[in-house]
Ligand binder design. Structure first.
Ligand SMILES: [Zn+2]
Ligand SMILES: [Zn+2]
Length: 273
């Protein structure tokens, strides 16, 4: 049994998840979760296959509110959003939000960072001079500015570009130039109170061998006094706490003695690892 017993990054059939919200809540309760946060992809006005449609936002809010009431006193439920940088709604009416960058904008549309590898490869060839590190720099620039300017609750999958780097071989993840770039983007985020998400979604689905973000980033984040939250970026209730044990072990090996989760009394609570 993992220690985290919560996840603030959970998708349902309101966006690109497979599990309806009531079944997800039931699964969390069966697992002995102390809390659960829903984080539908916020509505956006392009590439709407993945996000909640604007006309469904009211139904999402109503259903999560009903689940909050149903589980009151047993397992606090929170209404969150995973808000992409290019989303078209604010997160003001939500309990918390995850700031994520899934796209880079270019003249004739958006390149999806974690989408189809062939079209991201085309973006790198046509817009980055074929240089994968230029892509990485643009991605980190957008995410850094988003987090520093808007101070979200959670920094979503900080190094999401790793997934298509594995498929496309865009740059060497151990190269000093890449590591310096990633650390330079992360450093100013430590001046906000945002939680750095340790996201097991890519491992649980078999795409990655370790969570986002890479261990060298987690190590420095700790040295800077930053706090982390373990999440599953869950799209299927069978993976609600997938790979949490490994993530906790990784954090302990890096010197973390605690992490933060959605709380039972306050929005956020710290627990020992
Ligand atoms: Zn995401
Ligand atoms: Zn997500």
């Amino acid at each position: 049994m993992s220690l985290t017993l919560s996840s603030a990054h959970v998708h349902t059939t309101y966006c690109d998840g497979k599990t309806p919200a009531p079944e997800m809540a039931r699964r969390a309760y069966e697992l002995g979760f102390v809390s659960l946060g829903f984080s539908s992809h916020a509505p956006q006005d392009f590439d709407q296959r993945y996000c909640m449609l604007p006309e469904n936002e009211a139904a999402y809010r109503a259903e999560i509110s009903a689940l909050k009431a149903e589980y009151a006193g047993r397992m606090p439920i929170y209404m969150g959003l995973e808000r992409d940088y290019y989303a078209c709604v604010s997160a003001d009416a939500y309990d918390y939000y995850i700031a994520s960058v899934h796209y880079l904008k270019w003249a004739d549309g958006f390149a999806a960072i974690d989408g189809d590898a062939a079209s991201l490869g085309r973006y790198v060839r046509e817009r980055c001079g074929g240089d994968g590190l230029t892509l990485a720099q643009r991605y980190f620039d957008v995410l850094r500015d988003y987090v520093v300017n808007e101070k979200p609750d959670i920094i979503g999958h900080f190094d999401l570009i790793r997934i298509n780097n594995l498929r496309l071989g865009l740059y060497d993840e151990s190269a000093p130039a890449y590591r310096r770039m990633a650390l330079d983007a992360l450093r100013p985020m430590a001046e906000t109170s945002a939680l750095l998400e340790v996201n097991t979604g890519g491992v649980a689905r078999g795409y990655l061998s370790s969570p986002y973000p890479d261990a060298f980033l987690l190590k420095e984040w700790k040295a800077w006094g930053g706090k982390v939250t373990v999440t599953s970026d869950c799209h299927d209730m069978r993976l609600l706490d997938a790979c949490f044990d490994d993530a906790e072990e990784l954090l302990r090996s890096l010197g973390y003695q605690s992490a933060v989760r959605l709380g039972q009394k306050a929005l956020w609570e710290e627990y020992a690892l």
